[in-house]
Design a protein around this ligand. Structure first.
Ligand code: BV8
Ligand code: ZN
Length: 242
């Protein structure tokens, strides 16, 4: 085990309050494509067409085809050892009355299916369908019959996720910021740290004296600033750390 992994394990072992931020990379080993790394969605699709309100207004059926394809992929996928390690850490900390907050940018349900409980979803939930007119929401994990789906009020329905240029769900980034500011250790796994306000949690943690540990096979803009940068995959490293 590398010195760095040892140091990270020790920091986590000593911590009373842990916050975690995850991105698409923690679902990569479950077979879910990421966005910005090789084979990622934004290599073959334009986010302007698929992950913005304007793109949806231009062509709701095309956006729904992409989200429906992603939903099918997620429903067929399984959580990986990285997801399970985070769920076990949360369970362990519960017994010692320590604090644990899992903040995720991911819209898949793999953290929840691995057993994580206290999850702050910054970018929504791909299995929530919301009406553009009356905001009625429904959880739908089975395949949709019509695209775009219609609400009982007659309105067009959209995926319950946060698109570029949209506000995050009320209070989520504030609660995430509070958890990060109080944390002894902030573990950042599987994110390219390019999307804000989520990525802003990393400098916030550093300014508030947390030990920031990054788990990523590639370097990010924050790799030089974090306390410990671990080069590797989440399914491999998280079980070692936790
Ligand atoms: C907001 C939808 C403000 C859900 C997503 C210019 C124009 C428009 C907007 C902006 C702009 N400049 C800045 C902005 C703000 C914008 C932004 O930050 N843009 C960036 C790209 C420049 N942010 C927003 O618009 C946010 N809203 O700011 O509102 C506002 C203010 C007032 C009033 C109104 C509004 C909204 C952001 C949310 C956007 N929604 N997706 C969905 O369909 O998923 S973002 C999308 O990127 C996903 O949600 C994803 O979660 C997120 C972050 O990506 P990552 O998770 O990091 O994934 P990525 O592929 O990038 O990286 C994967 C990483 O994993 C890599 O580092 C890789 O090395 C690593 N990895 C790979 N394999 C593994 C691994 N790690 C571990 N193990 C492995 N095996
Ligand atoms: Zn409606």
């Amino acid at each position: 085990m590398s010195l760095n992994v040892e140091a990270a394990r020790a920091a986590i072992g000593r911590a009373n309050r842990i916050a975690v931020l995850t991105g698409a990379g923690v679902s990569a080993e479950s077979g879910i494509p990421t966005f910005r790394t090789n084979g990622g969605f934004w290599q073959t699709h334009r986010f302007e067409d698929l992950a913005t309100p304007e793109g949806f207004a231009r062509n709701p059926a095309r956006v729904w085809e992409w989200y429906e394809e992603r939903r099918r992929g997620i429903a067929a996928a399984e959580p990986n050892p990285g997801h399970f390690a985070l769920a076990q850490l949360e369970a362990q900390l519960e017994t010692t009355k320590s604090e644990f907050t899992l903040i995720t940018q991911n819209v898949d349900n793999l953290h929840q299916r691995a057993g994580s409980k206290n999850i702050l979803r910054l970018h929504g939930d791909i299995f929530i369908t919301r009406c553009m007119c009356c905001s009625h929401e429904r959880l739908e994990t089975s395949p949709l019959k019509e695209l775009p789906p219609k609400c009982h009020c007659g309105g067009t329905m959209r995926p319950g996720v946060v698109w570029f240029g949209e506000m995050l769900p009320e209070g989520t980034i504030e609660r995430a910021g509070a958890a990060v500011c109080q944390s002894d250790v902030f573990l950042v796994a599987g994110t390219s740290a390019q999307v804000y306000p989520a990525a802003g949690l990393i400098p916030l943690a550093l300014q508030n004296g947390a030990t920031v540990i990054e788990v990523n096979p590639e370097a990010t803009d924050f790799s030089d600033a974090v306390t410990i940068a671990l080069r590797g995959t989440s399914a491999d490293l998280l079980p070692q750390l936790l």
